[in-house]
Structure formats: structure tokens, C-alpha cells
Design a protein around this ligand. Structure first.
Ligand SMILES: NC(=O)c1ccc[n+]([C@@H]2O[C@H](COP(=O)([O-])OP(=O)(O)OC[C@H]3O[C@@H](n4cnc5c(N)ncnc54)[C@H](OP(=O)(O)O)[C@@H]3O)[C@@H](O)[C@H]2O)c1
Length: 336
């Protein structure tokens, strides 16, 4: 059995990780942590786990975790993960980090996350954990940078066509909508029920910290600079992301960018479903590890719509998909 610890187990992604890992036949949970005054039964904190696990949730003790685990999921805020990942790696424990700490080079990170990176060596070793782009690299990795939620929806939507668009001056305009769980569980006035319910807002237009991640990953994949304009929105729903991507088709023929090219690119992928007709909605993927993609192409514009559950394909489900690859398990274990 693979022994897996969830650090940050009380957060939204952490809870989802516990839920999925309990369904994995080859995995046993080793430690659940959060900042708690004293150990508390996890199912007392979250009664939906009653009858599924008797484990305690404890304060983070890295030595104890390392001695009892083969893999650690860090479901911690950014800038916190990098304080703990080096220790686990040094002890030979594999790491899947759900935060942004290992996704982009240190120089870019410092600018967008407001703090100098303290673990530059391991950034270089980290593999970006998007299986549909990087499966072989993930298999041999000791540390995975699990992708951000918005980038997962956007990068998956663009992989089939970005190579044809790069270098032609194509503008990629991304308009994304996310449910409120995307911001985590901590209290904040803009995310309170009265502020969010029955309203719909754009925020951080072209200033969101996921922009450099999308540009970095897509540029690397395309072998050429990819520029993105990004407008995220806050939806009055708990979970789900819908990204609509607009690409003017001055340089690419419609035949080169239609649904057929997406279906061919993702043929055999267990978690990508390309629509032959119509466009997907958040309700089609909520609670699943799927990314559904729909394409509308006219002679003027290619419009791609991609949907994911931000907590599953956008975080914990993808993290478990990565673990399955790292340990040579069935990639879909616990996820279908
Ligand atoms: N939510 C999403 O849709 C999503 C998607 C992709 C990636 N992510 C990333 O995944 C990470 C977790 O996100 P989340 O939404 O699950 O966050 P969250 O709901 O705010 O949970 C954060 C977890 O970390 C613990 N924690 C916070 N500060 C800590 C510290 N200094 N030391 C130890 N434990 C600490 C929290 O518990 P206590 O406060 O009780 O200690 C909690 O268990 C973040 O980096 C986020 O950006 C989130």
C-alpha cells in the first residue's frame, strides 16, 4: 500500500483529497494535518467522513509525516508549501504540491506572488503535473507542481491548437468564470454569501497570478511566445470553472482548428471529453475529474469552451492522477 499524507487537510482541496484517496484501492492515508490546538477526529470536523475514516487531524509535524508516508500532498497556501517541500524531498518522500510554489521559475514567481522563492533548486526539479501534456515526465518525478485551476481549464483547451497559432501573432483572449471555492476556505468579505449571491463580477482583469503560469506553460509547449489576455470572473456557485477562449482566425484555417482536431489530439485520454456538437457547461463536470471541451469555429473566430471542477480536475483529482502515474498505478484509480 502507498502511504499518503494530506497536509492542509481541512481546506477545500484537502477535503477533496481525503475523499478521493479513501476511494483508491492501493493507498492508505497516513497523516491528516491542519493548524489545530489539539488532535481532533477528522470526522468530528467533517461529519460527512463519519464511517469512512477514524483518523485524527493533527498539527503539522514534518518528521512524523516523513517517517510514515511515501507521498505528501501539500494542500497549503502559496509561500507556505515551499517551507516544507524541501524537507520531505530530502527524506525521500514524494511531493505533490497543490499551491503555486513550484509551477513557474523563481524570477516570475517573485513578481506575481510578492515573495522571493526560498527553494530555487527544487523549482528546477519540479515537473508540471498536467498528465495530458507531461505524462512521461510525471512518471519519473519526485516533486509535482500541480497546475492551477484556471490554467488547467485554459491550457487543456489550447494544447490541440496552440502550436499552429504560435509565431503568427495570434491573440488569445481568455474569459473565465469560477465558483467561490476557487479562493479557498478562509473568510473574506468579497466572498461572503451576501456579496456573491445574485451577482456576477469580473476581477483582476489582466492582473491575475495565473496569467504568467498559462503563458509560461503554453509558450514552452508551443516553442514560441504565447500572449494571453485574461479576464477572470466570480460566479455565484460553489464549484466549477468555465473558460471561453477567443482566437481570431486570420492565420489558421477552420479545418485546422475544428472539433475534429481536438478529438484527435485527445483520443484515448481518460479525462478529456471533446464535444462533437454543442458546448459544455459546469454542471456536466461538477464532482468529476473530467475536462469537457466544445469548439465553435467560423471563418472569423475560433471559440473554445472548456469546463472543469476546480477542486477536482483543477486541484485534488489531478493531484491523485499524478500520484497514480508516479507510482505506476492505473491512472484513473479513485477518479472514475
Ligand atoms: N480551491 C481551489 O479551487 C484550488 C484549485 C487549485 C489549486 N489550489 C491551491 O491549493 C492550495 C490549497 O487551496 P484550498 O482552496 O484548499 O485552500 P484552503 O481551503 O484555504 O485550505 C488551506 C489549508 O492549509 C492549512 N493552512 C493554512 N496555512 C497554514 C500554515 N501556515 N501551516 C499549516 N497549514 C496551513 C489550512 O488549515 P488551517 O488554516 O486550519 O491551518 C487548510 O487546511 C492553495 O495553494 C490553492 O491556491 C486551490
Amino acid at each position: 500500500m502507498i502511504r499518503a499524507a494530506v497536509v492542509g487537510s481541512t481546506g477545500y482541496s484537502g477535503q477533496e483529497l481525503v475523499d478521493i484517496l479513501l476511494k483508491c484501492p492501493d493507498v492508505e492515508l497516513s497523516c491528516l494535518t491542519a493548524r489545530v490546538a489539539e488532535p481532533v477526529k477528522y470526522s468530528d470536523l467533517y461529519p460527512r467522513f463519519a464511517g469512512r475514516t477514524d483518523m485524527m487531524c493533527e498539527n503539522l509535524d514534518k518528521e512524523d509525516i516523513a517517517s510514515r508516508s511515501d507521498i505528501v500532498f501539500l494542500a497549503l497556501p502559496h509561500t507556505v508549501s515551499m517551507r516544507f517541500a524541501p524537507y520531505f524531498l530530502e527524506k525521500g518522500v514524494k511531493v505533490v504540491d497543490l499551491s503555486a510554489d513550484y509551477r513557474i521559475p523563481a524570477e516570475i514567481y517573485g513578481k506575481w506572488y510578492g515573495k522571493e522563492h526560498s527553494d530555487r533548486d527544487n523549482i528546477k526539479k519540479a515537473v508540471y503535473g498536467l498528465p495530458e501534456m507531461n505524462r512521461d515526465g510525471i512518471r519519473g518525478a519526485d516533486i509535482i507542481a500541480n497546475p492551477g485551476c484556471y490554467p488547467t481549464s485554459v491550457v487543456l483547451a489550447l494544447l490541440p491548437v496552440i502550436g499552429r497559432l504560435a509565431g503568427k501573432g495570434a491573440r488569445v483572449i481568455v474569459d473565465s468564470k469560477s465558483g467561490t471555492s476557487g479562493a479557498g476556505r478562509k473568510a473574506s468579505v468579497p466572498l461572503s454569501f451576501t456579496e456573491v449571491d445574485e451577482d456576477f463580477k469580473c476581477y483582476k482583469a489582466n492582473e491575475h497570478q495565473h496569467m504568467p503560469e498559462m503563458e509560461y506553460v503554453l509558450s514552452g509547449y508551443a516553442g514560441d511566445e504565447v500572449r494571453i489576455d485574461f479576464a477572470p470572473h466570480l460566479l455565484p456557485v460553489k464549484r466549477g470553472i468555465l473558460s471561453t477562449i477567443y482566437i481570431p482566425l486570420d492565420d489558421v484555417s477552420p479545418e485546422d482548428a475544428g472539433p475534429g482536431c481536438f478529438a484527435e489530439h485527445y483520443s484515448g485520454e481518460p479525462f478529456i471529453r471533446v464535444r462533437e456538437n454543442g458546448l459544455p457547461g459546469i454542471g456536466d463536470v461538477a464532482g468529476t475529474n473530467f475536462c469537457d471541451i466544445g469548439v465553435k469555429v467560423t471563418e472569423r473566430t475560433l471559440i473554445i469552451v472548456s469546463v472543469i471542477d476546480n477542486l477536482i480536475k483543477g486541484a485534488s483529482g489531478q493531484a491523485v492522477q499524478n500520484m497514480n502515474l508516479m507510482f505506476g498505478l492505473d491512472e484513473t484509480a479513485g477518479l472514475l
